[in-house]
Design a protein around this ligand. Structure first.
Ligand code: SF4
Length: 336
């Protein structure tokens, strides 16, 4: 092993592959500083629906540090305009990897590392882990040959740390394809007993969520964090170019919707029955208000009544509207 202290920054999601990549390097004495990310679209420690998982238990058990970084607006910008396109839905996986690697590079420099490692496996994911894509990412991530993939590196061209003798090619593995058998065997060798099942990806890989995001960007190319957070909750309806309605599906969602309410938003509900909260965002005229009230009425416990009284609280005054609950055909026309 090289005499100088070898240190790497690791792109870390808390999933099996990125944990194994770290352990594989630590096995040979490489010191690892991991970095994990939050975005407004999941794939992070805070969201169980994502391709990320709680990164801290493994870090504690095996003794490496994890830094949590929020990608904020930087990530929103690439979601809006990905340079390398998207997957099946709104997921810009290649740009996403590049922006995370750029952050990891900065972290590597800050912590005195010589290279960055990731848990990528050749051929495991359809878009971001094909050979062509791995090469493209390596070429464009700004690491100039200092990107090491410990799980499949033996199948890839030698990297700068290998050429400089900081790490040996034999330390790298040749795992390829979608099967996770080898990773599971490796996990057992390392004593890594608790790891999450592989998940499909962040919210941007979800069809329904992507429809909502597309709709939002169409009518508001510059949404703020509140608009994005609202996409995660409730049923969504487009009532006009300028107005949308979000209706809670249960108490938890009602609370969340209320917590995201802005001063200009209008809140609707049916007081006589168990009722969802409807949040109307945008400048609604009388017709739009009536449509919104009929949708909220449709999801309350009195939905079979011919006429319901829907109360609203708005910036320019409170009131109530008498309406019949919306019919299915009507809902389908406006559902996002
Ligand atoms: S699914 Fe794709 S876009 Fe979403 S976090 Fe993972 S790599 Fe990034």
């Amino acid at each position: 092993m090289s005499k100088i202290k070898v240190k790497a920054a690791a792109l870390y999601s808390g999933g099996l592959d990125s944990t194994l990549a770290i352990l594989q390097m630590m096995k040979y004495g490489v010191e690892v500083e991991a970095i994990t990310f939050m975005t407004h679209f999941g794939c992070d420690a805070s969201d169980r629906s994502t391709c990320g998982h709680d990164p801290y238990p493994a870090a504690e058990k095996f003794g490496f540090r994890v830094k949590l970084a929020h990608l904020g607006q930087k990530f929103i910008d690439i979601v809006k305009n990905p340079r390398y396109g998207r997957g099946r839905n709104m997921n810009p996986c290649i740009d996403c990897r590049l922006v995370m690697l750029a952050e990891a590079r900065d972290y590597m420099e800050l912590t005195g590392g010589q290279f960055v490692i990731t848990g990528e496996v050749l051929g495991q994911r359809p878009m971001s882990q094909r050979r062509f894509t791995l090469d493209l990412i390596a070429k464009n991530c700004g690491l100039e040959g200092r990107l090491v993939r410990p799980l499949c590196g033996r199948l890839l061209p030698p990297t700068v740390p290998e050429k400089e003798g900081l790490i040996q090619r034999e330390w790298l593995l040749d795992i390829e394809g979608r099967s996770r058998k080898r990773q599971m065997a490796l996990a057992e060798q390392f004593g890594l007993s608790e790891y999450p099942n592989p998940a499909a990806g962040c919210l941007l890989t979800d069809e329904r969520y992507s429809d909502r995001l597309r709709d939002l960007l169409k009518y508001d190319p510059d949404p703020d964090f509140n608009d994005l957070n609202l996409l995660r909750v409730g049923r969504h309806f487009r009532l006009s170019d300028r107005v949308k309605l979000v209706v809670g599906r249960d108490e938890r969602e009602n609370d969340l919707i209320e917590s995201l309410r802005r001063p200009d938003d209008c809140i609707m509900e049916v007081l006589e029955f168990g009722s969802p909260i409807g949040l109307l965002r945008g400048e609604a005229d009388e017709t739009v208000m009536k449509t919104a009230a009929s949708v909220v009425a449709r999801y309350c416990d009195g939905k079979n009544e011919p006429l319901l009284r829907v109360t609203y609280v708005a910036r320019n005054g409170d009131g109530a509207l008498e309406t019949a609950p919306a019919g299915e055909a009507e809902l389908e026309k406006i559902r996002i």
